[in-house]
Design a protein around this ligand. Structure first.
Ligand code: MG
Length: 420
């Protein structure tokens, strides 16, 4: 079998750089054919040189006139000439703006798109990846939270295409949509070889974040720097704040609902502060399968790219002799209200998760800019959701509709933050 050819969207972020690390160690099986960043052009150029990538995109439109863009055009031209002569690549390309990022999903030579974009901006790329019949390795959970009703039917189509074309594994899921999230990667693996109808519960584990055990009064004066320090996972700013508010876990509950076609009453969150158990699946006979491993995102990233195979990983294995105690607790949804809000949004469905997600993105940015307080994040999200429920939640119909709802929610949340 030839190499898997990969496009990485968000290649300079936490997931992106760890994806490149996996590719570096498995260059016999994986190859990068396209890279997209939001604004870090210098790092993009360094990555392009290292991996010989001649399809590049920069998402931030404001950088269109940056002189480094000329450098990027020259570079892809040089890298592309050698490839075109070998007949292994389409015309080299470099573009600026969200359209250029999404266009990388359509590269004829790409087999897999790793979507590690931040926020609802990732939905379009997820949709277009699957619409082009390619495998989507998804770190952008917002794609499913906001657009799961559109993404999952497309993924089922690509699964069917892969089975018909003989590119799917002989047994197990066809693999069109591979989650890059430690919890969902864990559940995916626990479900291999199992009958989904015999599942009685998905246990999504949560570290509890840096403020586990704190009261609302103690959370009131929390600063961005305090909220950015996560106890077990090293991640980008948006997801670190979401982890501290438990919104991340709320998004993951909705993500699990879509990915595994599970009703919400079969999805439970449990706090597991050591993050050694990445999630669990309970079956009809009471048996529970848990997925354990070192807390290193390169493992779930690699599994998404190696499936159905497993490869060696450059991480220290768990040593159970020194692991110590594993604790479990129910999440405190009175203090961490974002988790309850997300569950309500998911259970209601339609356009409400889109509103919740967009308002949360605005509120997190406002908190990081010190415009609103820590507890205001949940209050802002709740205000936007209530406003949307008053006018009426709609069934999800199209990307265009979701973009409109998203914009409305952002404006609503923005004006809420300005009134603080
Ligand atoms: Mg996660």
């Amino acid at each position: 079998m030839g190499k898997r050819r990969i496009v990485v969207l968000g290649s300079t972020g936490s997931i992106g750089t760890q994806t490149l690390d996996v590719v570096r160690r498995h260059s016999d099986a994986l190859e990068i054919v396209g890279l997209a960043v939001h604004g870090r052009i210098d790092e993009l150029l360094a990555q392009a040189r290292e991996f010989g990538v001649d399809h590049l995109a920069v998402g931030d439109k404001a950088l269109a006139d940056d002189p480094r863009c000329d450098e990027a055009r020259t570079l892809v031209g040089e890298l592309g000439r050698a490839r075109c002569e070998a007949g292994t690549s389409s015309e080299p390309s470099f573009g600026v703006g969200p359209g250029a990022v999404a266009a990388l999903t359509q590269l004829p030579e790409a087999d897999v798109v790793v979507n590690a974009l931040v926020g609802a901006a990732g939905l379009q790329a997820s949709y277009e990846t699957l619409a082009a019949g390619k495998v989507l390795a998804l770190a952008n959970k917002e794609s499913l939270v906001v657009g799961g009703d559109l993404i999952m039917p497309l993924a089922a189509q690509v699964d069917a295409q892969r089975r018909a074309a003989g590119t799917a594994p002989a047994v197990g899921p066809a693999g069109a949509l591979m989650p890059i999230d430690s919890e969902h990667g864990a559940i995916y693996q626990c479900l291999l070889g199992e009958n989904a109808r015999e599942v009685s519960k998905l246990w999504v584990t949560a570290s509890g974040g840096p403020f586990r055990g704190k009261t609302r009064d103690q959370l009131l004066p929390i600063t961005p720097a305090q909220a950015l320090a996560h106890p077990t996972w090293n991640m980008g700013a948006k997801i670190s704040i979401d982890s501290s508010t438990l919104m991340n876990k709320g998004l993951e509950v909705i993500e699990a609902h879509h990915l595994f076609a599970m009703p919400y009453d079969k999805i439970e969150v449990v706090v597991q502060p050591q993050s050694a158990i990445h999630s669990m699946v309970e079956f009809a006979d009471g048996s529970v399968k848990a997925h354990l491993g070192t807390t290193d995102m390169r493992i779930p990233i690699q599994f998404a790219l190696s499936y159905p195979d497993r490869w060696e990983a450059p991480v220290a294995p768990l040593d159970f002799r020194t692991l110590g105690t594993l604790e479990f607790a129910a999440p405190d949804t009175d203090t961490f209200r974002c988790l309850a809000l997300a569950r309500h949004a998911g259970e209601t469905g339609g356009t409400l998760p889109c509103v919740m997600n967009a308002a949360n993105e605005v509120a997190v940015a406002a908190f990081l800019a010190e415009q609103i307080g820590y507890l205001d994040i949940a209050a802002c999200v709740e205000a936007a959701m209530e406003a949307h429920e008053r006018v009426g939640v709609q069934p999800v119909e199209s990307i265009a509709q979701l973009q409109e709802v998203d914009a409305w929610s952002r404006a609503t949340a923005q004006s809420w933050c300005c009134r603080r």
